[in-house]
Design a protein around this ligand. Structure first.
Ligand SMILES: [Zn+2]
Length: 346
């Protein structure tokens, strides 16, 4: 875990401190993906458990409680997240014991879950029934809340309706519209800001990211996803894909699908969704959000396409996103997607 706030979070941190005197039993941090909400919520969790928090509300970092917290084995803290996020940070001993190796073995046998399951929520009840260390608070951090499946949501709802004493739930979500309204109504919502372009650029430069402006635009201004993308391989493939989108056509679509069939399909759908969004936004109001470096191509393509066709393409792109994790054939999936795209300009 990171042990400090991101520079764009200082203001909201102070805002959050005002809630401390009468702490709600559930706080839902929400905002765009990739702006550091989880780090923020984790630091807040640590500060709630800290034995000597500083005047500005930050955890001291040196007391026994902070020590446990930073080792991920504080007895009054639980972190609930999908299995796929396990192993993201070293020394992850949520459940105690050395689960690391056995988890890895399980992983290779079966794809780790992307959902938060009911068993994970049920496992909290034991935790909530034992007394806390030095009669302090008990903190549960759950993220991303939209990963809760229906059964788990309902189980959590029961707990939120009858909150155990001295227990604070911290939830984090990238999209409130994917949460049950009943869950929303049980939480105090706390909006997390997107950093200004200057703040995000300064941070990316500190991380030595080359072409930081390109990454940041493509990720809609979210610095952490921009950073993650800049570190991933496959920039050339993405460029090939975008280049194809500038020159829609049947031959190109087939070639592109052949080259890119090993690329995670969900990512390609995401890149195309942003492209379609830019086309739509340029056509309607002359602005480009994600791909300013392709302004020329976007301008000429926007002139050739009907608004209705673009709307339909955006809709089917959303539908594709839902099934893109497990396509029967990646190559056919990409072909179909690109042929549909080419047909818009025919
Ligand atoms: Zn401390």
């Amino acid at each position: 875990m990171s042990n400090s706030l991101f520079p764009w979070q200082e203001g909201v941190w102070q805002q959050l401190q005002q809630m401390r005197a009468r702490l709600p039993h559930a706080i839902l941090f929400h905002g765009a993906e990739g702006i550091g909400k989880t780090v923020f919520a984790e630091l807040f969790a640590q500060s709630l458990l800290c034995e000597q928090p500083k005047a500005d509300g930050h955890a001291c970092g040196v007391c026994g409680s902070c020590g446990w917290f930073m080792q991920y084995n504080h007895p009054d803290y639980r972190r609930v997240r999908p299995e796929i996020l396990d192993g993201e940070d070293a020394g992850d001993g949520d459940e105690g014991g050395d689960a690391g190796d056995s988890k890895k073995t399980a992983k290779s046998a079966k794809a780790p879950s992307k959902e938060i399951k009911i068993d994970q929520i049920r496992a909290l009840s034991g935790f909530m029934n034992i007394s806390t260390h030095r009669q302090g608070q008990r903190v549960v951090l759950l993220y991303p809340a939209e990963a809760l499946n229906t059964a788990a949501s309902n189980a959590l709802l029961k707990t939120l309706e009858e909150p155990p004493p001295n227990t604070v739930f911290l939830l984090s979500s990238n999209s409130l519209d994917r949460l049950l309204p009943t869950i929303l109504s049980r939480c105090r919502k706390f909006a997390m800001p997107l950093p200004s372009r200057e703040q995000a650029m300064a941070w990316l430069r500190q991380q030595d990211v080359k072409d930081a402006d390109v990454w940041l635009a493509e990720q809609g201004g979210a610095p952490l996803t921009a950073y993650a993308q800049s570190q991933s391989e496959g920039r050339e493939l993405i460029d090939e894909f975008l280049l194809h989108l500038t020159k829609p056509g049947i031959d190109g679509a087939l070639k592109c699908a052949e080259h890119l069939q090993k690329t995670p399909v969900a990512e390609l759908v995401g890149w195309q969704q942003r492209w379609l969004y830019d086309l739509f936004s340029f056509k309607l109001c002359g602005t480009i959000r994600y791909y300013p470096r392709y302004e020329k191509a976007l301008t000429s393509l926007a002139a050739k396409v009907e608004t209705g066709a673009l709307l339909r393409a955006l809709k089917s792109s959303n539908e594709r996103r839902a099934i893109a994790e497990h396509p029967l054939s990646a190559r056919l999936f990409i072909e179909e997607m690109l042929l549909d795209y080419a047909a818009m300009f025919a």
